[in-house]
Write a protein that binds this ligand. Structure first.
Ligand SMILES: [Fe+2]
Length: 389
């Protein structure tokens, strides 16, 4: 019997398109309808009626099990509904209609969430309180425009079952209406399934994208640092390395007001899993005005002091956030903080970020919805970043 076994889920939002993916139990056709829903404006009600009118349908040639369809000619910052359909000789399967929102344009505010480690690691499983499920549920309440995952979303990326058990299963309600961007962690093992399940720009393990006034860069730190050899890697972070050259070129070419970089291994964390070799990238971030860096790999929350040239610098430093949120391992914390640590807590959590043209507000929220840390950055007249605490 033909069935949908993953998703549908959303990828690569732009101001005029959305990519929809899903997996079926058997090879089948791929079709997505964009639906128009009438909005209820009467009285105190502000919801949408169940969508019935099909605006457009996009179908792909041939059969597949992992389906990827892009719908375009959409309007910016607009809510649509979509429905996926697959058919083969044995039957057909259709999803319910779900909402999505196209990307905002420059100058428009938006919000996103950040977490990682949904794969749990070291003894975490679905029976011990479902930490990852709680984090997905909390993030959904904040209705982010999209969400970043900073790696280790599975325990073993080569295990097909892991992707449903740790990521697509617990994340279903969020991912059906919230596009996601993932950065490779060591637990993904650079598995081919990562490349099958996501539609990030080639080469997929590192890429960049714009959303509103922010330029985002995702790096593959597992490609910079061999998991078997760190913290004394061979140090391939130099010109001539494809990813290094991409990073420099990408930062040189963007004119976005805000710049955010995310990758798995943390250059700064006091949790014992710090990968200091990655500090070789920090001078590039500093030179090209990166505003914020997200990392993971340690199942804790940490916010660094603003750092520049490997020193605390509240005038021009960059804040490094470790968002190892969807696991809980307090023993990963060293007995005391490191010199670069401003705030640290080992509690299941996620990060919510709200961005306007001139302000960036970051909130760290635990698995029960409690705010436990925040950060505010401001852009001055000349694009200079101000740390407001
Ligand atoms: Fe990791």
């Amino acid at each position: 019997m033909l069935s949908i076994v993953k998703g549908p889920y959303l990828q690569r939002p732009t101001v005029n398109s959305m990519t929809i993916m899903w997996e079926t139990s058997e090879p089948a056709s791929s079709s997505v309808s964009v639906l128009v829903a009438e909005r209820i404006h009467s009285g105190y009600q502000g919801n949408y009626k169940t969508p019935t009118e099909i605006r457009s349908t996009v179908s792909k040639e041939g059969y597949s099990t992992i389906h990827q369809v892009t719908v375009d000619h959409l309007n910016p910052s607009t809510i649509y509904f979509y429905q996926v359909l697959s058919e083969n000789e044995q039957g057909s399967i259709e999803s319910s209609p779900y909402p999505f929102k196209t990307a905002v344009q420059q100058g428009e505010p938006f919000s996103f969430t950040v977490t990682s480690e949904t794969g749990g690691y070291s003894g975490f499983d679905r029976s011990n309180g479902q930490v990852n499920q709680n984090i997905f549920d909390q993030m959904l309440k904040y209705r982010p425009d999209f969400t970043l995952f900073v790696g280790d979303v599975v325990n073993d990326g080569d295990h097909y079952e892991d992707w449903e058990m740790y990521f697509f299963g617990p994340g279903k309600d969020l991912l059906v209406s919230t596009p996601c961007y993932n950065s490779l962690g060591n637990h993904e093992k650079n598995a081919s399934l990562f490349y099958d399940f996501f539609a990030f720009d080639p080469p997929q393990n590192f890429y960049s994208f714009d959303y509103g006034d922010v330029h985002f860069i995702c790096l593959d730190s597992t490609d910079f640092i061999n998991p078997e050899s760190y913290p004394n890697s061979s140090g391939i972070m130099s010109p001539g390395n494809a990813q290094y050259d991409f990073l420099v070129r990408d930062l040189q070419s963007t004119s976005a007001r805000w710049k955010i970089v995310f990758f798995h291994y943390p250059p700064y964390v006091s949790g014992g899993y710090q990968v200091e070799d990655l500090r070789q990238l920090c001078p590039i971030f500093e030179q090209y005005g990166v505003d914020l860096v997200f990392n993971s790999h340690t199942i804790v929350y940490e916010r660094s002091h603003p750092l520049r040239a490997d020193k605390i610098d509240y005038d021009e430093g960059i804040v490094y956030i470790v968002a190892g949120g969807a696991g809980a391992m307090p023993e990963w914390l060293l007995p005391k903080r490191d010199w670069h640590t401003s705030q640290s807590l080992a509690v299941p959590h996620f990060i919510q970020v709200v961005v306007t043209t001139d302000h960036l507000m970051l909130r760290a929220i635990d698995h029960e919805g409690r705010l436990f840390d925040s950060l505010q950055l401001k852009k001055g007249m000349n694009g200079r970043r101000l740390f407001l605490g």
